[in-house]
Structure formats: structure tokens, C-alpha cells
Design a protein around this ligand. Structure first.
Ligand SMILES: [Ca+2]
Ligand SMILES: [Ca+2]
Length: 234
């Protein structure tokens, strides 16, 4: 009996330890490498028990569906998740973005990440229109010939909106922004198409990280068990 309890305890500790380490990361660069470049009406990915679905539509008009687009690497630079309006067959391969330069998130397009259960996104990696993780702040660098990069508008569950300067990696905890919810909409906040260097006015999402949900769930279960045990005693 004692042996059983011990091994159970060890098993639980191992499970808990594994859960603590497994903070889900949705690596869209890797998905593009593995799955291949293509547009999807709904791109579903599960990591460490967390499921997220990527969809896309015209900003302000959800009825007009676009495609969540897994863009492959380009000239040796990593790929990521963008938005494409029209798919076609290119060189015998189906579901390719036409024209090909519509494969990222541009002004007027919204990329939606819907999580099965509420999460708190703590970080997102972005790439610019040339697949490079290089950004400058719009507010501090106004030279139109440089990599003047856009701001991303993030709406959480259709209500709370944040405008964030794009950066190679945005740590929302560091910014003091609480991205907790289930449905996250990403779009280019302002139209800077008049700029000489338009590739700055667009982005791909290359990765999204959320904290591991399991320990909290286990903790909650543990507390419930503790509470039940306490009630029994009383
Ligand atoms: Ca492409
Ligand atoms: Ca596009």
C-alpha cells in the first residue's frame, strides 16, 4: 500500500513537473516549414493541450472571409502567419496566395486567433513584410525611407483594444498589457500606404506564447480536493 502511494506521488510530481515546463508556443514559422505554404479557411493548432484556430476576414466586415495564410520562408528568411484574400493554383500547388504579395497582414485585413479556452498571451513574435524581425518605432523614427514600421491593433474578445508598436518580440507582461481572453484580432492600426517604403506597413506573426494552463488547473483541483477533505473533517 505504501509503495503504491509513493509511486502515485512520484507520478503526480512528474506530471506536475512536466506541466510546469510545457508552456505552449505556437511556432508559425515551424508550421509553415512542416505543413508547407498554403491558405486555410481555419488553421487549427494544438500545443500542450491548448488549441488555437486562426481565421481571417475584412477588417470591420467579418462576413467577408479571407484566409489565414501560412507563408513559407522567403530568400532564406523565416515564414509566418499572414492573411490572403484570394487563393489559386501556382506551379501545380493548390491554395497559394494570388497575388503572392498579399500573403501578409496588410491594412484592411484582420487575423483572428480564437482559443478554445481563455488564455493570457504573454508574448508574440512578428516579422515585417520582408520576413525579417526588424522594426523601428513609428513614434520615434519618422524617416519614411527607413524601416518605419507600423503599429498593430489588437482587440480582445471584441471589446478591449490595444495599439502596440511592432517589435521583433512583444512581451505584453513587460508592456503591462493584459491580453487575457479567447478571441484576439490583429490588424494594421493605421494606413501608411503613402510611405515610400510600403513593406513596413504589414506584418506576419511568427510565434505566440501563452503560459502553461495545466499547473493552474491542477492547483485548482488540488484546492478543491483540500477543501472537500477539510469539509469532511469538520
Ligand atoms: Ca510566399
Ligand atoms: Ca494580405
Amino acid at each position: 500500500m505504501k509503495k503504491t502511494l509513493t509511486s502515485l506521488a512520484v507520478a503526480s510530481a512528474l506530471t506536475f513537473g512536466a506541466s510546469v515546463q510545457a508552456a505552449p508556443i505556437f511556432n508559425y514559422t515551424q508550421y509553415a516549414d512542416i505543413d508547407g505554404e498554403a491558405g486555410h479557411s481555419a488553421l487549427v493548432k494544438t500545443e500542450d493541450g491548448v488549441t488555437v484556430t486562426a481565421t481571417a476576414f475584412e477588417t470591420g466586415n467579418e462576413q467577408n472571409s479571407y484566409y489565414a495564410y501560412l507563408d513559407g520562408s522567403s530568400y532564406g528568411e523565416p515564414g509566418g502567419l499572414g492573411v490572403c484574400k484570394t487563393l489559386g493554383v501556382v506551379a501545380g500547388v493548390a491554395d497559394q496566395c494570388t497575388p503572392s504579395n498579399d500573403d501578409n497582414v496588410q491594412f484592411g485585413e484582420t487575423l483572428r486567433l480564437s482559443f478554445e479556452n481563455a488564455v493570457s498571451i504573454n508574448g508574440i513574435s512578428f516579422l515585417n513584410g520582408e520576413h525579417v524581425a526588424k522594426f523601428r518605432s513609428w513614434t520615434t523614427d519618422t524617416n519614411p525611407d527607413s524601416y518605419v514600421d507600423t503599429q498593430v491593433k489588437i482587440t480582445v474578445d471584441g471589446s478591449t483594444t490595444h495599439i502596440v508598436d511592432l517589435a521583433a518580440y512583444v512581451d505584453f507582461n513587460d508592456l503591462g498589457i493584459d491580453l487575457s481572453g479567447s478571441v484576439f484580432d490583429f490588424s494594421v492600426a493605421y494606413n501608411y500606404d503613402y510611405l515610400a517604403y510600403a513593406p513596413a506597413n504589414q506584418f506576419y506573426i511568427s510565434g505566440v506564447s501563452v503560459p502553461a494552463p495545466a499547473p493552474l488547473a491542477l492547483l485548482a483541483l488540488g484546492l478543491m480536493g483540500f477543501a472537500a477533505a477539510s469539509r469532511k473533517k469538520a
